[in-house]
Design a protein around this ligand. Structure first.
Ligand SMILES: *[C@@H]1O[C@H](CO)[C@@H](O)[C@H](O)[C@H]1NC(C)=O
Ligand SMILES: *[C@@H]1O[C@H](CO)[C@@H](O)[C@H](O)[C@H]1NC(C)=O
Length: 357
């Protein structure tokens, strides 16, 4: 299991925006996570009826091609999640459907937090070159009835326009990596991916890890190569640098930000989904897998909307887009509890989690 360490030869093709690149992602996820990628019958896209969708319904997205496909594949592998991106539905008082999303690309190509009309979001999904597979996970009717839409909208509006939480994200899973994989192979992989990404996307790289690595070194403004030189001159191991935990008081140049899933869970907290344990839920401790495992979704298939899933598909949620059947192992199984996910390891390929970790 841990012997199947990755090399750049395994990782590079994941980022290619070609059929070959997409197959590399599917093969990687089959091999390392036991994913199946069963082909669905047509139609691969569903026309939803917005009347059947409610505030708080969760959107799980899985991209399998190109830059975001490759990135999500690595993130899935490290966290055990079978989806790589998330968004949330919101209804306004007029009954119009909106999507709240952290990681929405604006006209300048920056990833920000935004609330956009459903039709606009859906159109972007349909022409997304990363070939997204999308599922709608309806909240359980009891929680839907409790969901405080006013509070959810207030939270969404307060975050709208803020940047996506790159810093949180990269280190939430690098910490996992450093905790769970024997050095030095894992560190080599991290450095390889980082330097490759730096070449491809220098602006993103600066956003994603240079600033966070500088924080860990107590330096400012060094680029990745200068950081590596600094680590060497201090006779420090790079994996040690990676394991220095994120500090809540560190403020990045772009200020307050959240990852896609932390944004949704923070909204759920505001809307009352976690009830009396709200104050003991740390949303930044949750991966996408932790979120879809929560036992907060519809559990009665006969109550799913009629347009949900194709004729012969019996998924417990609604897949609304995609060539391959989405799998979300352990979907809707874990009752929320206080301080959940604060001490959970995540080791491929089974990602076993001790109870109440
Ligand atoms: C819903 O949230 C709003 C805004 O936070 C609050 O004023 C209101 O009392 C809440 N409603 C309920 C039923 O809790
Ligand atoms: C599921 O929902 C249907 C339709 O509302 C209802 O008749 C049935 O009793 C429910 N099943 C369970 C197990 O709750």
């Amino acid at each position: 299991m841990l012997g199947t360490m990755l090399s750049l030869i395994d990782v590079l093709p994941l980022f290619s925006n070609t059929a070959w690149g997409q197959n590399a992602n599917l093969d990687f996820l089959k091999k390392h996570m036991g994913a199946t990628f069963e082909k669905r019958s047509q139609p691969w896209q569903t026309t939803i009826n917005p009347a059947d969708v409610h505030s708080g319904d969760f959107l799980a997205v899985s991209k399998i091609r190109g830059r975001w496909g490759g990135f999500e594949t690595l993130e899935k592998w490290v966290t055990g999640a079978f989806a790589g991106h998330t968004a949330v539905c919101l209804k306004d008082e007029m009954g119009n459907l909106w999507v709240g999303e952290s990681g929405h690309e604006n006209e300048k190509g920056e990833e920000i937090i935004a609330v956009v009309p459903w039709d606009e979001w859906w159109e972007l999904a349909l022409k997304d070159s990363s070939n997204p597979q999308i599922a709608l996970l309806p909240l359980h009717p009891e929680l839907r009835a409790k969901f405080n839409s006013t509070a959810a909208w207030e939270y969404a509006r307060s975050m709208s326009g803020k940047p996506y939480g790159y810093h949180n994200m990269i280190f939430s899973w690098i910490d996992t990596m450093a905790d769970n994989f024997p050095p030095p192979l894992d560190t080599h992989l991290v450095v390889s991916v980082m330097s490759m990404w730096t070449r491809m996307q220098p602006a993103y790289a600066a956003n994603m890890w240079n600033e966070a690595l500088n924080k860990r070194l107590g330096t400012e403004g060094l680029d990745l190569y200068e950081i590596l030189a600094e680590v060497e001159s201090r006779e420090m191991a790079f994996d040690h640098l990676l394991t220095i935990p994120e500090q809540d008081e560190w403020v990045y140049s772009d200020g307050k930000s959240t990852t896609c899933v932390a944004f949704i869970l923070a909204m759920y907290k505001e809307a009352g989904i976690f009830g009396p344990i709200s104050n003991s839920i740390q949303v930044t401790e949750f991966t996408i897998r932790d979120a879809y495992m929560l036992k907060i979704f519809e559990d009665n298939q006969t109550r799913l909307p009629s347009w949900c899933n194709g004729k012969d598909e019996k998924l417990p949620f609604c897949q609304i887009l995609g060539e391959y059947r989405m799998e979300l192992p352990l979907y809707n199984t874990l009752e929320p509890y206080a301080n959940m996910n604060e001490h959970c390891p995540s080791l491929p390929p089974t990602y076993d989690r001790p109870t109440r970790c």
